[in-house]
Design a protein around this ligand. Structure first.
Ligand SMILES: C[S@@+](CC[C@H](N)C(=O)[O-])C[C@H]1O[C@@H](n2cnc3c(N)ncnc32)[C@H](O)[C@@H]1O
Length: 294
């Protein structure tokens, strides 16, 4: 990737945030003269700043004068990136379950005083808050939003995704927990505890994943018929299945989402994009598709 950030922290978090950043400014630019009130929704907002954990990042901080501007951008979390976006959004909705992080989010009001009264912080579970927001959005036709779903794990239920799609007004970026969540629950021998099965049903919104990712054989002997399952679904098949699920309820979906890898090249997440509004879909998919390729 040809940007200053890469040499300081070419990790998957940077990858993800750079892409969101690009989309947000492309979005507000494209809709600048349209009669819509533009909203940014961050459903797993964090603190507004990134946690500095990796060694690479530590090295960056040891040489702060190397590139102050890059370091500053590198440290911003998604909420701050949204507030920095120009042309600006009319409203910012930050949802965060952790009360301490909400307090830190409050500080963004001081950092962006001109936007302070348009910043709304919701200390709640993302699913509950999103269903409320989507309900309000469905009632007002002049609203358009970009939503970022950036969970650590399998926190987003399919019912929430359905509520988002039903607004027909939201462009959704979703960091789908491919390697950190779903693939781990899909055990090799197909013996999956009930609680895990429920989690998989909840994230996919169906139980069809079983026949998608497993082949079943019946072994017969004199006394019984024994059914054995073998996992045949790989990362690509899981990704394709989830894209088909999104495609079944959104106006448009980027067919090739971006896998984000750790340093050992294991796919952790899949950065997915889906567009709710039919009219806006061609341009949204063109921009998001380009961003996910680059
Ligand atoms: C990956 S971090 C978000 C990082 C943020 N997007 C950024 O760029 O700085 C996920 C956040 O979701 C919060 N969280 C976890 N479960 C949640 C839930 N069910 N509802 C809302 N927030 C939740 C965590 O406290 C954490 O701050």
């Amino acid at each position: 990737m040809d940007n200053g950030l890469q040499k300081f922290g070419g990790d998957w978090t940077t990858e993800k945030l750079l892409r969101i950043q690009k989309y947000l400014s492309a979005y507000t630019t494209a809709l600048k003269n349209k009669p819509f009130r533009l909203i940014y929704i961050d459903a797993f907002a964090g603190t507004g700043y990134r946690n500095i954990k990796s060694e690479e990042n530590q090295q960056t901080l040891m040489f702060p004068d190397l590139a102050a501007e890059d370091t500053e951008a590198f440290l911003a979390g998604s909420a701050k990136i949204a507030l920095q976006t120009e042309p600006r959004f009319a409203e910012y909705h930050f949802i965060e379950q952790d009360a301490r992080k909400c307090k830190e989010l409050e500080r963004l009001k001081q950092d962006f005083p001109a936007k302070a009264q348009d910043i709304h912080i919701d200390n709640d579970d993302a699913n509950a808050a999103l269903v409320r927001i989507c309900d309000l959005m469905s009632k007002r036709r002049n609203l358009r939003a970009v939503l970022f779903l950036d969970p650590f794990g399998m926190n987003v239920s399919w019912q929430t995704i359905e509520a988002i799609a039903a607004t027909k007004a939201i462009d959704m970026w979703y960091l789908f927990p491919l390697g950190v969540g779903v693939n781990r629950l899909l055990t090799k021998n197909g013996i999956i505890p009930d609680t895990w099965q429920q989690k998989l049903n909840n994230i996919f919104g169906c139980s069809d994943w079983k026949e998608q990712f497993y082949t079943t054989e019946i072994q017969q002997d004199l006394f019984s018929d024994e059914e054995t399952s073998t996992k045949t679904g790989d990362f690509q098949q899981i990704a394709d299945f989830f894209v088909r699920r999104l495609d079944s309820i959104f106006a448009g979906v980027v067919k090739k989402p971006l896998p984000l890898y750790n340093s050992r090249r294991n796919p952790l997440y899949l950065l997915c994009f889906a567009c709710g509004n039919k009219k806006g879909t061609p341009i949204a998919l063109r921009i998001a598709g380009h961003i996910l390729k680059g």
